[in-house]
Design a protein around this ligand. Structure first.
Ligand SMILES: C[S@@+](CC[C@H](N)C(=O)[O-])C[C@H]1O[C@@H](n2cnc3c(N)ncnc32)[C@H](O)[C@@H]1O
Length: 360
């Protein structure tokens, strides 16, 4: 348990000052995005006067910004000139196929939203509570989710043993990035993405560019008040648990159970808290703040509490599947809940790296 991450509490004013001052590097990185710096730099090497002219900014400002971006690894400084690092030239450069623009736009908007945290703390409400259902927002958010997970999903799919499973539902699957990764890894599998219609539009576009996309279908639904049509051997429920209250999650688990074949499995990936007080890991604790800012009732939860809700909903065995370090979306693993009844060949493999353990 000691290897699990934990925030080192601040004890002195100097530590507090340093923690607060951590905004500086994020602000520098976001200023680079706001100026489209890596896109303008592209494949070339630039002196500051050349680049300042091109961007229509001051040489003094750009020189200090670029020096810091070189310190951070986004740019490379060679004498008096700068070029993109590999990161700057790819994920941060709109001229490159690996550009993650939709996710970068989401991060930029989050900076502005986090600056209004006091408002949400006062009201207990999200900042713009109508926006998440708006189709244009949903499409942009769905692309952002694809850009967020396109490298993680195959790594996770590689570790999930789906032998014996013929059907999978990616519930709240958004862009279907995980469903496609599971399909690519398991040639005999068929999958569906269940989500809102605007998210499914994006999922269709992405699937059209993948060979495995031919085995993907689409289920438009709102699972907070509709039952799930069809039955599946596996339901993959990734990054949705935190959007809802414990009560709503119990209800959703009940609908998921009704849509699982006997012995089928619900696999939950989320930012699980791992200590009794709900303070750590830091990423999971901090993520609850995003849920305050952007959702009506979301939060982050422990695997132990989630296990209790799963049992209340009628699931049998529940355990945590641990992933290889460095491959996870969140560090505290994936919760596997098995529907009552026997279905041979659908058991989860104990992952070799760190094994599995019973949920706390
Ligand atoms: C944070 S995204 C996660 C996307 C993907 N599962 C992943 O892990 O990257 C949450 C997804 O759940 C969908 N979702 C949330 N509540 C929903 C509901 N009540 N009915 C249908 N989809 C919902 C959202 O539209 C969104 O695509």
């Amino acid at each position: 348990m000691s290897e699990r991450s934990k925030f080192t509490p601040l004890t002195t004013f100097e530590e507090f000052r340093d923690a607060v001052s951590a905004y500086r590097l994020p602000r520098i990185l976001l200023a680079a995005l706001d100026l489209d710096l890596c896109t303008v730099i592209g494949e070339r090497r630039w002196t500051i006067p050349q680049l300042a002219k091109k961007l229509a900014v001051s040489e003094r400002g750009l020189s200090i910004l670029c020096r810091n971006l070189a310190m951070a690894g986004v740019l490379v400084k060679q004498g008096e000139s700068y070029r993109n690092s590999r990161l700057g030239a790819t994920a941060l450069n709109a001229g490159h196929a690996a550009y993650r623009g939709d996710y970068l736009d989401l991060i930029k908007s989050h900076w502005k939203d986090w600056c209004r945290l006091d408002e949400s703390v006062r009201t207990g409400r999200p900042l713009d509570h109508d926006e998440p259902e708006e189709p244009d927002y949903r499409r942009r958010f769905t692309w952002a989710m694809h850009h967020r997970t396109l490298e993680t999903a195959p790594k996770i799919a590689a570790q999930m043993d789906l032998r014996g499973a013929a059907t999978l539902l990616d519930l709240g699957g958004g862009p279907g990035t995980y469903a496609l990764a599971f399909l690519a890894k398991n040639p005999g599998l068929r999958a569906a993405v269940g989500d809102r219609p605007a998210a499914l539009e994006v999922a269709r576009q992405i699937a059209a560019t993948h060979k495995a996309g031919a085995r993907l279908s689409y289920v438009p639904l709102d699972f907070t008040h509709e039952s799930i049509t069809g039955t599946y051997d596996i339901i993959w429920y990734s990054n949705v648990l935190h959007i809802y209250s414990p009560e709503m999650n119990r209800a959703i688990f009940g609908r998921a159970l009704a849509a699982l074949n006997p012995g089928g499995r619900l696999l939950i990936q989320d930012a699980f808290l791992h200590d009794r007080e709900g303070l750590n890991p830091p990423d999971a604790s901090l993520f609850a703040v995003s849920m305050l800012l952007f959702t009506e009732e979301g939060n982050t939860y422990s695997a132990a509490d989630t296990t209790n809700w799963l049992k209340d909903a009628g699931f049998g065995r529940v355990k945590v599947l641990r992933l290889k370090r460095g491959t996870e979306d969140w560090e505290d693993g994936i919760l596997e809940a098995v529907a009552p009844g026997k279905r041979p060949g659908t058991r989860a493999r104990r992952t070799r790296s760190r094994g599995s353990s019973t949920a706390r």
